[in-house]
Design a protein around this ligand. Structure first.
Ligand code: NAD
Length: 285
């Protein structure tokens, strides 16, 4: 019998994590409360597997096997007790994450993880009865293409849990860094700093979005500019992270008014079709 992997939240990240786990041989339950999102995730997973076959990354039988191992669920209560891993990937709101983690812990996973980008593991661990098994597994977008997993060790995380997380990263074909539990960890703290400053520069009229991005891609060898990356991550996700970091470190992480305004207007980036760029069928215009 295959080992069991549960992902909660079938948004940008949950979908990618579920895909990577299924192609690594796990039986995967992907739990999503929103019926529309669940349906979209199901279709997207089929599309990802088909593309992997077309590009020669998976054989057709391996893709078909992965498809049969992936199940969409509407509620964690539908998941059988005792999976090997549960990763929560619901929106970056501490109360929501705590509620989901408490429900996930009640399924008694061997390893319980959060994909938070910025919330301290210690703050989320208060919702989990056995915090020794709890850890941060911070995946990157798109999950199937990005090599890094940032493993965030909370104050209560047991050593064997960290070792299990490092082994899991390898099993998923990823290369981990292990970091201490401070808000924003290593990646978000640096990445969001750059993203917020680039947004302030658009507001100041330094240059347009494309030229600010070009300055970083050509001038600093970043593979993608900070504004395009903000569009890919989602402006709402970046805003939530900025607010978490502002609460922890003060106003150097205060979200720029332009970011708040764009989120209020529903300009969320790639997923809504408009952010700093226009996106049609997932392609930057
Ligand atoms: P998203 O908004 O695309 O997806 C979240 C999904 O969770 C939605 O489909 C939502 O309906 C679902 N959801 C909400 N409550 C739920 C519940 N109780 N049970 C099941 N599903 C529920 O968000 P995302 O971009 O995938 O981000 C998810 C997490 O990953 C956040 O913590 C974010 O900070 C982190 N993260 C995001 C990125 C990125 O590039 N987007 C990168 C790394 C980490």
């Amino acid at each position: 019998m295959n080992e069991r992997f549960v992902v909660v939240g079938a948004g940008t990240m949950g979908l990618g994590i579920a895909y990577v786990a299924a192609t690594a041989g796990y039986r995967v339950d992907l739990v999503e409360v929103d019926a529309g999102r669940a349906e979209a995730a199901d279709t997207a997973l089929g599309g990802l597997l088909n593309r992997a076959v077309e590009r020669g990354k998976l054989t057709a039988p391996a893709a078909a096997d992965a498809r049969t191992r992936l199940k969409l669920r509407r509620d964690l209560a539908e998941v059988a007790d005792g999976p090997d891993v549960i990763v929560e990937a619901v929106p970056e709101r501490p109360d929501l994450k705590r509620a989901v983690l408490a429900a996930a812990a009640a399924r008694h996973p061997a390893l319980l993880a959060t994909n938070t980008s910025s919330i301290p593991i210690a703050e989320l661990a208060t919702a989990v009865p056995d915090a020794g098994r709890f850890i941060g597994l911070h995946f990157f977008n798109p999950v199937w293409a990005m090599a890094l997993i940032e493993i965030v060790v909370g104050p209560a995380t047991a050593e064997e849990t960290t070792a299990a997380a490092v082994a899991l990263a390898g099993r998923l074909g990823k290369d981990p860094v292990v970091v201490r539990d401070l808000p924003g960890f290593a990646t978000s703290r640096l990445g969001v700093t750059l993203g917020l400053e680039a947004i302030r520069m658009v507001a100041d009229g330094v240059a347009n979005a494309a030229d600010i991005d070009k300055a970083m891609t050509l001038g600093y060898r970043h593979p993608v500019g900070p504004l395009e990356l903000t569009d890919l991550v989602g402006l709402d996700v970046r805003l939530d992270i900025a607010r978490t970091l502002q609460a922890a470190y003060g106003d150097r992480f205060a979200p720029p008014p332009l970011l708040v305004e764009m989120v209020e207007q529903g300009r969320l980036g790639k997923k809504s079709g408009q952010g700093f760029y226009r996106w049609v069928d997932g392609v930057r215009q």
